[in-house]
Design a binder for this molecule. Structure first.
Ligand SMILES: Nc1ncnc2c1ncn2[C@@H]1O[C@H](COP(=O)(O)OP(=O)(O)OP(=O)(O)O)[C@@H](O)[C@H]1O
Ligand SMILES: O=C(O)C1=C[C@@H](O)[C@@H](O)[C@H](O)C1
Ligand SMILES: [Mg+2]
Length: 262
């Protein structure tokens, strides 16, 4: 064996070692996820993740190719989140509910903690149309916007394991509800009018609320919508007084239970 072949063989040996360790690691992630699921333990442990990252930083101090090594580990950590998500959920998650109930917040958390892809319906529609939701309402009217929502939901049907942060009015149309139920679980987030007002009072991108920021208006619109929201929901989660981690823990548990009941 010449020198070059010997060096190449060393690299191949390293690859085999990395591969074996990675497969073993991934298996460990699956086992931990199942253990947590079976024993009702929390899925989201930010402190633990911070600890792992701290360990990595301390281990790579002064080592060659520090950044490259860290990049690989971050990719492994992200992959581990995906493995966790695959073990826990096997359908799309449609987050529905009144403006400000926390759909985008919950979607963002699931993206960060389980590496789940997020579809922000309002954002996608605004980008496609090249104008804000408020402008779409003003220029083309609400009916036009509602058609765009239905069209987008049909497209989402071909995705798997995505989190869809729906527009607040999506559940009002029966055809939308039927579309969501074809590929996933509909999760209704609720909050009382006082909480909604508190959460939305400083924003200006909700045309239906813009000139109506009062408990009375919110309570009335919420009441008008309640029946439709509840009929559309596979799962309901009350969000008042809960933080996003608590809501997402509840969400994952309830989606698993719903999925097992089916
Ligand atoms: N559980 C919560 N506790 C405290 N604040 C929250 C919670 N959930 C969301 N918020 C805050 O409330 C505001 C509205 O939340 P968010 O944008 O997620 O609502 P949304 O349901 O996506 O609204 P929209 O239907 O208008 O898109 C944000 O400022 C967010 O940080
Ligand atoms: O509740 C609603 O009807 C709406 C909620 C927002 O997400 C936007 O989709 C739009 O402002 C309409
Ligand atoms: Mg939102």
């Amino acid at each position: 064996m010449n020198e070059l072949d010997r060096l190449k063989s060393k690299i191949r040996q390293c690859d085999a070692t990395i591969l074996e360790a990675l497969l073993e690691r991934n298996k460990g992630i699956e086992e931990i996820t199942l253990y947590k699921k079976e024993h009702g333990l929390p899925f989201f442990q930010r402190e633990q993740e911070m600890g792992i990252q701290k360990w990595l930083k301390s281990e790579t101090v002064g080592k060659p190719h520090k950044q490259e090594v860290e990049d690989v580990f971050f990719s492994i950590y992200k992959g581990a989140k995906k493995i966790q998500a695959e073990k826990l959920l096997d359908q799309n998650i449609f987050l529905i509910g009144f403006m400000g109930c926390g759909k985008s917040t919950v979607a963002d958390f699931l993206n960060r903690e389980l590496s789940m892809e997020v579809i922000e319906m309002d954002q996608i529609i605004a980008k496609r149309e090249g104008m804000s939701i408020s402008d779409i309402f003003e220029v083309h009217g609400e009916a036009y916007f509602r058609e765009l929502e239905t069209k987008l939901l049909k497209e989402v049907g071909s995705c798997s394991r995505v989190v869809v942060s729906c527009g607040g009015g999506v559940a009002m149309r029966d055809c939308n509800v039927a579309e969501m139920k074809k590929s996933g679980c509909t999760v209704l987030l609720t909050a009382c009018p006082e909480t909604i007002l508190q959460r939305t009072k400083d924003d200006h991108d909700r045309p239906l609320l813009e000139k109506n920021k009062s408990i009375e208006f919110i309570a009335e619109l919420m009441e008008k919508r309640r029946e439709k929201y509840e009929a559309a929901a596979d799962i309901i989660i009350e969000t008042d007084g809960k933080n996003k981690k608590e809501i997402c823990e509840e969400l994952v548990r309830k989606v698993i239970a719903w999925s097992e009941r089916r």
